[in-house]
Design a protein. Structure first.
Length: 157
C-alpha cells in the first residue's frame, strides 16, 4: 500500500509526497493534480519493473501475464517539483492504460477514487522490453494532462 509514502528521487533532488487521508484517498474530481504509480513508484528517474510470468527463453513479440502481488495506483501530490497529471475540467476518473493510450483501450484499470489496487494477472502484456503505463483522466477535456510511468517488462529466468 502506498499510503503516506514519500518518494525521493535522490539523483535529481525531486521529492514527491503522496497524500494520505482527505483528498489523497477521496473521489477523483475535476481540476486535481495526480500521479500514477506502478509497484509503488511513479518512475520519475527510471523505469519501473513489471515482473512477467514468462519463463525460459522468450521470443520477440511474445506476451504473457503479470506475476501476482504487483500494484497500480493513483494519488494526489502534496508537494511536487516535477511534472504531474491533471484531471482537467471534466475528469472524474483516471484510466491506467498499459501501452499506447487509445479511446477504447483494453487491459486497463479505472480509478474513481485515489488509492492502490492489485494489478490483474489477466492483463496481456509483453514478456520483455520497455513500455509505458499512461494514466489518463476521463472524460477527457482540453485541460486534461496525462501522467506516464515508464515500465520495463521483465520475464522470469
Amino acid at each position: 500500500m502506498l499510503g503516506g509514502a514519500i518518494i525521493v528521487a535522490a539523483s535529481t533532488g525531486v521529492s514527491l509526497a503522496w497524500a494520505q487521508g482527505g483528498a489523497g484517498t477521496g473521489p477523483i474530481r475535476p481540476h486535481q493534480p495526480f500521479l500514477g504509480f506502478i509497484n509503488g513508484s511513479a518512475g520519475i528517474n527510471n523505469s519501473v519493473a513489471i515482473n512477467m510470468a514468462c519463463f525460459g527463453p522468450v521470443r520477440p513479440g511474445q506476451t504473457g501475464h503479470p506475476m501476482a502481488g504487483q500494484s497500480v495506483g493513483v494519488g494526489q501530490p502534496e508537494a511536487v517539483a516535477a511534472t504531474f497529471g491533471n484531471t482537467g475540467s471534466r475528469g472524474t476518473s483516471i484510466d491506467a492504460q498499459f501501452g499506447a493510450p487509445t479511446a477504447a483501450s483494453t487491459g486497463t484499470v479505472v480509478f474513481h477514487r485515489y488509492g492502490t489496487v492489485t494489478m490483474s494477472t489477466s492483463l496481456v502484456l509483453p514478456c520483455f522490453g520497455s513500455g509505458t503505463v499512461t494514466f489518463v483522466a476521463l472524460p477527457k477535456s482540453p485541460t486534461e494532462r496525462s501522467f506516464a510511468v515508464p515500465v520495463s517488462f521483465v520475464g522470469q529466468p
